[in-house]
Design a protein around this ligand. Structure first.
Ligand SMILES: Nc1ncnc2c1ncn2[C@@H]1O[C@H](COP(=O)(O)OP(=O)(O)OP(=O)(O)O)[C@@H](O)[C@H]1O
Ligand SMILES: [Mg+2]
Length: 257
């Protein structure tokens, strides 16, 4: 059971910016939760606090029932995928995938055979088998993002965190990768927190969306439930109106044909 909890979490940056205030949110075991909101609303800050890349100013975060506020990122059992792929340019795809496993110390360390097997499985899962001997610069953007995804997943993290992982890709690839990400989630059932400012992406991917604005959680629930019952004017404007406009436009184009 890997449940994630934010309890009264607040983040104030050194310059006094209050990025997140009083965040109370539970991500259920195996759930795909999407943090959605406009630029600057505190999505990445929330995710980075969960990953251990930012300190928590007040409140606490638990993973699997354990308070992680003072744990290093490596000790939290989280895998992360960012917008930029951040692959090691001089390493082959195979070495990029296995890097984290090769760096493990102590009882978590796998044998070379086990690592090779994981690399093989991960590559097959993501359609990267043909690319294993290549360097990142020889891959397309979509393939690189697959490697980033594989690198996060190969360690079998307790929680998978993704921050706008598809925003550098073109529309078609984005669609394709969304389906892939959801398929992988359904296969492994890893508790996942996914950050985006894209309403449609959130509606498609999420079991539950959590909408933020101005550092505050506005509403959370299954996508259609939120869409049908917006809690306030902000959610109405940001989610419902936006989607209605897309549907209206689609209808108009259809009528005009
Ligand atoms: N290192 C920092 N120091 C000071 N303020 C910061 C820092 N990082 C972020 N902020 C501020 O905190 C607030 C929340 O930022 P955050 O990056 O969490 O937003 P976001 O929702 O991820 O936005 P985007 O969609 O643009 O990525 C913003 O006002 C931002 O300017
Ligand atoms: Mg962000």
């Amino acid at each position: 059971m890997v449940e994630v909890k934010f309890e009264r979490v607040k983040k104030v940056y050194d310059d006094g910016t209050v990025a997140v205030s009083n965040l109370n949110l539970t991500v259920n075991d195996g759930e795909f939760l999407v943090l959605l909101g406009p630029s600057g609303c505190g999505k990445s800050t929330s995710l980075r606090m969960l990953a251990g890349l930012e300190d928590v100013t007040e409140g606490r975060i638990t993973i699997d029932g354990n308070v992680v506020n003072d744990l290093s990122p490596g000790a939290r059992g989280v895998g992360m995928v960012f917008q930029s792929y951040a692959l090691y340019p001089h390493m082959t795809i195979s070495d990029n995938l296995s890097f984290g496993l090769r760096m493990e110390k102590g009882e978590k360390r796998l044998s070379k055979e086990e690592i090779d097997l994981r690399v093989k499985e991960t590559a097959e899962l993501l359609g990267l088998t043909e690319q294993l001997g290549k360097k990142p610069k020889e891959l397309s953007g979509g393939q690189r993002q697959r490697v980033a995804l594989g690198r996060a997943g190969i360690r079998r993290p307790k929680v998978l965190l993704m921050d706008e992982p598809l925003s550098n890709l073109d529309a078609e690839l984005r669609n394709q990768m969304r389906t892939e990400i959801r398929r992988l989630h359904d296969k492994f059932g890893t508790t996942t927190v996914y950050v985006t400012h894209d309403q449609i992406e959130a509606m498609i991917l999420a079991d539950r969306i959590a909408i933020m604005e101005g550092g505050e959680l506005q509403q959370h629930g299954p996508p259609l439930e939120v869409y049908n019952n917006p809690a306030n004017e902000f959610v109405k404007g940001f989610l419902c109106k936006h989607i209605d406009e897309i549907v209206d436009t689609a209808n108009r184009i259809f009528d005009e044909r």
